[in-house]
Structures are given as structure tokens and as C-alpha cells.
Design a protein around this ligand. Structure first.
Ligand code: ZN
Length: 400
């Protein structure tokens, strides 16, 4: 399985590089214009139409091909949006950039790229970038330059790990819960909520009637918030993937499509509650887990919407709908089994089990080792009665 990742660093551009970035941007825009005028979005058709038109631009021909390819990518994405009925604007590249998969060389701790026919530009790579790019089996596919950043796209072909069990991952406002019916662990993310609240307070404390400055402050603190919460999430997802690899468990993700519509204006929720519930990134944790799992070759199961439904309110023992109680916070009560369960634990156990059903269907020989619980699950996609599952375990959260 081919896995991709990117690694980036800052660099100092020369005036020639800046000129080249702008030429590239204009070539992309020219190809976009040609593509829209001729209704062409495939790389082949666009190359035939616009390669000759790019002759007037002063740039190595490598970059012309890459500009066309970039434009084709943008046009294909736009076409997809139109097909799905999303509103689209006429695409136009505003920021100077350069993306190329040809002509560059990495050696002696430098990235060397052509500026024109006989001149080359060298960027010293940082220790970290060199270390990541020189891992065994890693190939550098392309590089991207912006005004101050260099980003390398790296790829690795990893064999799929053999897994004999699954773990569910459930992202909540204040934690990230991972586990199955044997073991669950919780990663505390309440610091992200605190960071978000601080950001809101700081931005709100600016009361002067000056929109320009307010925008500046909001974007500065917004960036700070994104990077701080991103770091917390990265640490958690890194551990999750490492533990899953160690225990040989495939990761099961729920389908979070349409989650935004839960907290919309007119749903009868307060403004603050909606702000809080929409203020955390539902998808970011999944995105991180997904690419990190791919990178190490860990199998991943994405449940469909139908398979995800009711995963946090269904009793993992008997399939009954769980009751919530005002006296219990984030705990649920099964009137059939007469036990109180933790909401997050219920969700991950259900997700892990539903994922295992799919996993078992796709590759039967590996799952054999699981025994009892899986036997009951075969050909039984909606969990109803599952014997041999220890209920008390669910009520005792195991913290890691
Ligand atoms: Zn029950």
C-alpha cells in the first residue's frame, strides 16, 4: 500500500526564486483560463490545449508541465463540486507558488532545483527534513515552494500489517476514546476546549470599532489556537497508532458526515453551546489517524453512515437503546441489563465490533483467533445478543 506524507521547513528565497514562483502562478492561471474556455479538465486534454500557449513564459519546461497538472487538479476538483451541487467560484491562483515533481535533486543535505536552463537554486534542508526523507524506503515525490516554505511530498510503500482484532475511535469534545471490549483508553483533550475559550475571550476583549485591526488580532490568535490544538491532537493520535500497531489491532473510524447539521441555528440550542460544539475539529483527529495508520501499514476500517448509526446509544451487550439520566453525566443506563455504562466506552465498543464485522467479511482467516464474540457476530451485522462479553468491564474505565 502506497502511503503519502509531507514534511516542510522554512527557507529564504532569492529574487529569482520569487520571480519563478510568480511565473508559475501565472502559468497556472493561464491553463485554468484555457481549461474553462474549452471545458477541459483532464490532464491529457489540457496539456494538448495549453502547452503551446505557455511558450511565452520564461521558465524551464518541467514547470510548464507541472503548472498544467496543477491547473488540471483544480479544474477536476471544481468539476466534482459542480456535480455535487456545491457553489463554485471561477478558480484563480492568488499566492505565488511552485510545485514540481521533475528536475529536482536531493544530496549533500541540499535540495537542488533548476531556475532556468543553466542556473540552479540550492536550499539547505533542516536536520529533521533530511532525517524523514532519508528513512528506508522513503522516496521524495515532489516539492512545493511558497514564499517562505519548502514542502516535500514523500511516499513509502508499506506492506499491510496482519491484525487480529479491531479498536474503535470516538472523538468527543473533551476526549478521544480508543478501545474495544477488552480494553479502552481515553486521551484527555479538555485542554483544547480551554484554549478555544481563551482565544474567544481574547478576541472579544478587543472592543474598539476597527474591523481591520480586529481581523488581524482574530487571525493571529486563530492561528495560535490551531497550532496549539493541532499539537495536542498530534501527540494523542501518534500514541493511538503506535499502540494499535503494537497490539496488532485495526482502527475503526465512524462516519462523521453531516455532523455540522446537528448544531445549526434553529435546532433549539443556545448560541454558546452551538459555538462550542462547532468550534472543535471533528475531522482533524480522523485525518491524522488515517494518514499515520497508512504510513505504517495499519489496516483501517471506515464505517458507513448506516453502520455508524446509534453507536453511542446502543447497549453493546443486548442491543437495547440506552437511556440517559439527568443525574448521570455522560453515563447511560440499560434498562434491560440493569447496568450503567460510560457513553464514550459504549461508543468505542460498538464501533470496534461493527468494524470487526466488516473486517471479518473482507478477510476471514485472520479473524479466526478472536473466538467467541466473533462467532456470534458472523452474518449478524446489527449487534443484538452477544454472549461471552463481559459487561462489568465496560463500566470500569481503564485509563492509560
Ligand atoms: Zn443491555
Amino acid at each position: 500500500m502506497l502511503a503519502f506524507k509531507s514534511v516542510w521547513q522554512y527557507y529564504v528565497p532569492s529574487s529569482d526564486v520569487l520571480r519563478l514562483l510568480d511565473v508559475f502562478r501565472r502559468m497556472v492561471n493561464e491553463s485554468l483560463r484555457i481549461g474553462i474556455a474549452n471545458d477541459a479538465s483532464s490532464l491529457r486534454k489540457l496539456s494538448l490545449l495549453s502547452y503551446n500557449q505557455l511558450a511565452q513564459y520564461d521558465s524551464p519546461s518541467y514547470y510548464k508541465l507541472c503548472a498544467i497538472s496543477r491547473a488540471a487538479g483544480i479544474l477536476a476538483a471544481r468539476k466534482k463540486s459542480i456535480r455535487r451541487g456545491f457553489p463554485t467560484k471561477t478558480p484563480y491562483a492568488v499566492r505565488p507558488m511552485l510545485i514540481s515533481c521533475y528536475g529536482f535533486k536531493i544530496g549533500n543535505g541540499l535540495l537542488e532545483m533548476p531556475l532556468s536552463r543553466d542556473r540552479r537554486f540550492r536550499i539547505p534542508l533542516t536536520k529533521y527534513v533530511l532525517e524523514v526523507a532519508s528513512q528506508p524506503g522513503v522516496k521524495v515525490r515532489s516539492f512545493t515552494l511558497t514564499q517562505n516554505r519548502l514542502s516535500l511530498c514523500i511516499a513509502r510503500d508499506t506492506p499491510l500489517l496482519q491484525c487480529n482484532s479491531t479498536v474503535g475511535v470516538d472523538r468527543n469534545l473533551r476526549n478521544l476514546t480508543v478501545g474495544n471490549d477488552q480494553q479502552t483508553s481515553r486521551y484527555d483533550l479538555s485542554k483544547c476546549v480551554r484554549i478555544a475559550n481563551t482565544t474567544v475571550r481574547i478576541v472579544a476583549s478587543f472592543t474598539r470599532d476597527d474591523n481591520r485591526i480586529k481581523m488581524k488580532i482574530a487571525s493571529k490568535h486563530g492561528r495560535r489556537r490551531t497550532s496549539r490544538t493541532g499539537h495536542i491532537l498530534h501527540t494523542a493520535t501518534k500514541t493511538i497508532v503506535a499502540v494499535a500497531v503494537q497490539r496488532r489491532t485495526a482502527i475503526v473510524l465512524e462516519n462523521i458526515e453531516g455532523i455540522r447539521s446537528l448544531y445549526r441555528k434553529g435546532n433549539g440550542q443556545g448560541r454558546k453551546y452551538r459555538g462550542r460544539m462547532n468550534g472543535w475539529s471533528f475531522g482533524e483527529a480522523q485525518r491524522q489517524i488515517e494518514y499515520k495508520a497508512r504510513w505504517v501499514g495499519l489496516p483501517l476500517v471506515r464505517l458507513s453512515r448506516r453502520e455508524t448509526r446509534g453507536s453511542s446509544v446502543t447497549c453493546p451487550r443486548c442491543g437495547e437503546r440506552l437511556q440517559s439520566d439527568k443525574r448521570l453525566t455522560r453515563k447511560l443506563w440499560c434498562s434491560n441489563c440493569r447496568v450503567v455504562m460510560d457513553r464514550d466506552m459504549v461508543a468505542v465498543v460498538n464501533l470496534a465490533r461493527r468494524g470487526r464485522v466488516r473486517f471479518a467479511r473482507s478477510r476471514p482467516p485472520i479473524i479466526e483467533a478472536q473466538g467467541g464474540a466473533v462467532e456470534a457476530m458472523k452474518g449478524n451485522p446489527t449487534p443484538t445478543v452477544i454472549p461471552g462479553v463481559d459487561a462489568p468491564k465496560l463500566t470500569q474505565p481503564t485509563k492509560s
